[in-house]
Ligand binder design. Structure first.
Ligand code: SF4
Length: 338
């Protein structure tokens, strides 16, 4: 266990020291020449976050991409996120430094599986978390983020069945907070967040009495966190279930000495920058997304030098998927997705 944790830390440090100011200057200069905007998801390597024009969560970044007058969008994240940027910016060229950067959660359901599921529940409303492919979004009635998932579900006629996908932990959270029992939840999960287990949470919380707790709703420990708060084992007022954007806002406001964070460890970089006075500690220090880490400094440079990998979405699919994304924007606080 200790070896794996050290590997993650050492890899990140060596990448930082190898790619210094010259690399960052070249990246920014190439972006300027191409009139490109560089976007980095909160889970990216620290040096990628630091060189990007904007850092944030997936939907928030896609909306920034749509609003910018840049000709090109360089999306440092995983493939479904770059697809979402393309869906919202069909007239811009969108690139991802490595098109093989997938997502184990988005991969749990494809368009054929969703068609079959819909056929089993005719008349049901399909609610998809933004962590899905463009094809799945195109078969969706309304998308949601982790910030507005419950509000999206509440906005639907209580008599209509709902198919909620793809994350089972977020689905269970939504079912619990809305009290609806006519929600069918797809049994997908993100392997990184699922591995932040109830055991990790209980051990870390008990070892850090008095610390605040931020939990992303995709985590395998979400239910345990709520149970510990409800049973009084940890104070309910210092336990929050938050999207990555919500964590950042909460980090800016907290006056706690220590906050325990249950999500992918790349998030800690932004939290520490937002509030250097508080110590942010991972609930599971090994929770690193291997797909996010496929976006390396070398690949970002190659992306800008050689224009690869470009992301394409079929125009008809993009148009229908765009409607599903746009339908959720006015509901609750959509925040930014993962
Ligand atoms: S952390 Fe999980 S949900 Fe996020 S990109 Fe990685 S595999 Fe997908």
């Amino acid at each position: 266990m200790a070896t794996k944790q050290n590997t993650v830390t050492v890899d990140r440090i060596s990448a930082e020291s190898t790619f210094g100011i010259d690399w960052a200057e070249e990246v920014r200069e190439l972006a300027h020449q191409r009139n490109a905007v560089i976007l980095a998801h909160n889970y990216q390597l620290p040096e990628i976050q630091d060189v990007a024009h904007h850092v944030g969560d997936s939907l928030g970044l896609s909306r920034i991409a749509a609003a910018t007058d840049a000709d090109e969008v360089i999306f440092c994240g995983v493939h479904f996120m770059a697809e979402t940027a393309k869906i919202l910016s069909p007239d811009k060229r969108v690139f991802i430094p490595d098109a093989n950067a997938g997502c184990s959660l988005a991969d749990t359901i494809n368009a054929d599986q969703l068609r079959e599921w819909k056929a089993e529940h005719p008349g049901a409303i399909v609610v998809s978390y933004v962590n899905t492919t463009a094809e799945v979004k195109a078969l969706t009635d309304v998308c949601c983020t982790s910030s507005n998932a419950a509000d999206v579900v509440r906005s639907i006629d209580p008599n209509r069945e709902i198919l909620f996908l793809p994350d089972q932990f977020l689905g269970a959270h939504v079912r619990r907070v809305t009290g609806r029992d006519n929600i069918h939840v797809w049994l997908g999960e993100c392997h990184v967040h699922a591995d932040i287990s109830p055991r990790d949470l209980v051990d870390t919380v008990r070892a850090n009495e008095g610390a605040e707790l931020f939990v992303h709703p995709e985590c395998g420990c979400t239910t345990t966190a709520l149970w510990m708060a409800e049973s009084g084992e940890i104070p309910g007022e210092t336990t929050q279930i938050l999207s990555t954007g919500g964590m950042l806002e909460a980090a800016k406001k907290t006056t706690s000495e220590r906050v325990l964070v249950a999500t992918e460890i790349g998030m800690l970089h932004q939290l520490r920058k937002a509030n250097p006075a508080t110590e942010f500690m991972p609930v599971n220090p090994q929770a690193a997304c291997p797909y996010m880490q496929m976006i390396t400094p070398e690949k970002l440079l190659d992306c800008l030098r050689y224009g690869r990998d470009e992301v394409f979405v079929d125009e008809e699919i993009a148009a229908v998927a765009r409607s599903a994304v746009e339908r959720m924007i006015p509901i609750g606080n959509p925040g930014g997705g993962e």
